[in-house]
Write a protein that binds this ligand. Structure first.
Ligand code: HEC
Length: 177
């Protein structure tokens, strides 16, 4: 899989870092509004299952759940349902960037399970999947660097990041409803 120079040594460490990246306000907002926003922007509903740090399927689903919640926080602001908050927006962007850095390591061979929506192309087209993750890393990194100072800047950051969701899901996620 990809060798990330800046990636944490252990993805369990990465996962433990994520809540610290999310400001308290963002976690609260995500908890209160995440499910509705996530549904509104057309991604799977949020789960409330505790992630298991030693289980890569559980971990990667939680990483994506956090990604969806992060987009949900920004979607609410974009729709005028919440005030722009630079700290919450930066927390959302940093959360997605942290997820992007560790994501490719969560797909060992044979981890296509009944609970997982990981598509078979992740393994049959590993180079394509790694390229999609590399783009997600680059775009979330650029969005973090942008550090939006107002809702307009945030929409620009959402544009940079948002195209990745559909692109990767189309090829590498098989929805099971
Ligand atoms: C590089 C590929 C890739 C990118 C980019 C990506 N996803 Fe995903 N996403 C996946 C895969 C693969 C799954 C299925 C994981 C599984 O079930 O094992 C998934 C699952 C999900 C889920 C369901 C999680 C759950 O609880 O089961 C949500 C929500 C989600 N993605 C949101 C997003 C959003 C929002 C973005 C963009 C900001 C995004 N994803 C970008 C590959 C990606």
């Amino acid at each position: 899989m990809l060798g990330f120079r800046n990636a944490p040594k252990d993805v369990a460490d990465l996962y433990r870092e994520i809540p610290k990246l999310m400001p308290r306000k963002l976690s609260l907002t995500a908890a209160a509004f995440g499910a509705a926003c996530v549904a509104a922007i057309g991604v799977a509903s949020a789960t409330e299952v505790e992630p298991k740090l030693d289980d890569k399927v559980s971990l990667r689903k939680e990483m994506m759940h956090l990604t969806g919640a992060s987009m949900g926080v920004m979607a609410r602001i974009a729709k005028g349902e919440a005030e722009f908050d630079a700290g919450a927006v930066q927390g959302a962007l940093r959360t997605m960037h942290a997820v992007s850095l560790g994501f490719a390591d969560q797909f060992p061979e044979g981890s296509e399970t009944a609970e997982s929506e990981a598509g078979p192309k992740i393994w049959s087209d590993a180079a394509g999947f790694e390229a999609a993750v590399a783009k997600f890393i680059a775009d979330t990194g650029a969005a973090v660097k942008l550090a939006p100072a107002d809702a307009e800047g945030m929409k620009q950051a959402m544009g940079m990041v948002g195209a990745n969701c559909k692109a990767c899901h189309t090829d590498y996620r098989v929805k099971k409803d």
